[in-house]
Design a protein around this ligand. Structure first.
Ligand code: SF4
Length: 331
């Protein structure tokens, strides 16, 4: 199967409900988010609004993270009410109800859903927020319950590079779940073969360890193979690969047919790689040229490689906020 006609299994993604699903923010508004709207048909969304769920109402007086008696609490200044116990109880209960997740998209800065840099106040007295920042209660519970899935907020995902890698991870995890559901050695070997170049770009040593598991020299039973593979797989997307690493893999693919190309085509591509290295074009620009050649020369091994299109083409949107550090959550 070629990269253009691949069927992508739907990742199960937790999304804070106020992003494109319901007008449930404290002010009764919904967050409009282009990429979540585009993503909806390609995923199985799992949504919650923890603040509405514990009965704070819509709209409601805002809540904040405060230190009180040395403890981090959720506090509603307008009513003088602490919400910590209700929220902790809800988070604890719901984590067992969410089921399998391949990733999560959280509302940034929220004292419930924010996964990083949420403002913390020094006390319940009116004051400016402290320098120290924390996670919202729901985000924290999610990160503890799902330590290996990519969890991002919608603000960071406006950065094209972070979004591209988030999509790569979630669609790969969903494809692995499909192989696992088949549960055969062939399904595991096929999954690994098709992801080989992708894994090579991300982390060569983990790729080799995954290869050893699929080779199964120690003749473990299937269940143990899948379990060992899955636990290693969670290491592969720890970090966004450097551009140099992506270029090495692209050159590896290019080597399959470079002698069949005109010299001006070769130069065009090598110039494009340099432009990508300088950060002036996205990875997808280089991949689309390579993909066209993979199809033209009908390179069977390359045609199945997820590296060329790790997620549905419809989701390639190079709009970029220009913000974000480029590093994913340390998994
Ligand atoms: S950030 Fe979370 S708690 Fe706040 S409105 Fe959105 S879903 Fe609800």
């Amino acid at each position: 199967m070629g990269s253009h006609d691949r069927v992508y299994p739907k990742p199960r993604i937790f999304i804070s409900r106020c992003i494109e699903f319901e007008a449930c923010r404290w002010n009764g508004a919904m967050i409009s988010c282009d990429f979540v709207r585009a993503l909806k048909p390609f995923i199985e969304p799992v949504t919650r609004c923890p603040e509405a769920a514990i009965g704070l109402g819509i709209p409601r007086d805002p809540i904040r993270l405060v230190y009180s008696n040395g403890k981090l609490e959720l506090y509603q200044p307008a009513t003088g009410r602490f919400i910590t116990n209700e929220m902790s109880k809800y988070c604890h209960q719901e984590m067992s109800q969410l089921g399998i997740l391949d990733g999560a998209i959280l509302k940034e800065k929220s004292p419930s859903c924010g996964n990083r840099e949420v403002k913390v106040y020094a006390s319940i007295e009116p004051s400016a927020p402290q320098h120290s920042k924390s996670q919202g209660f729901w985000a924290n519970a999610l990160m503890v319950a799902y330590p290996h899935i990519p969890i991002e907020n919608e603000g960071r995902l406006n950065n094209f590079s972070i979004r591209e890698h988030f999509y790569t991870a979630i669609f790969t995890y969903a494809a692995f779940r499909n192989a696992k559901a088949l549960g055969t050695m062939k399904a595991l070997i096929d999954f690994h073969s098709c992801n080989k170049l992708l894994f090579m770009a991300y982390n060569q040593s983990v790729m080799r360890e995954l290869g050893r598991i699929t080779a199964n020299h120690t003749e473990q039973n299937l269940q143990s193979c899948y379990a060992a593979y899955e636990s290693k797989l969670t290491h592969i997307f720890k970090k966004i690969p450097r551009r140099g690493s992506m270029i090495n893999v692209m050159l590896h693919g290019f080597g399959y047919f470079s002698d069949k190309l005109e010299s001006r085509e070769r130069s065009y591509f090598l110039d494009l790689l340099n432009t990508y290295l300088a950060g002036r074009v996205p990875l997808s620009a280089c991949l689309s040229v390579l993909t066209a050649w993979v199809e033209r020369f009908n390179e069977t091994y390359l045609r199945c490689q997820t590296f060329f299109r790790p997620y549905p083409q419809e989701l390639i949107d190079i709009t970029d906020s220009g913000k974000g550090s480029g590093s994913m959550r340390e998994l």
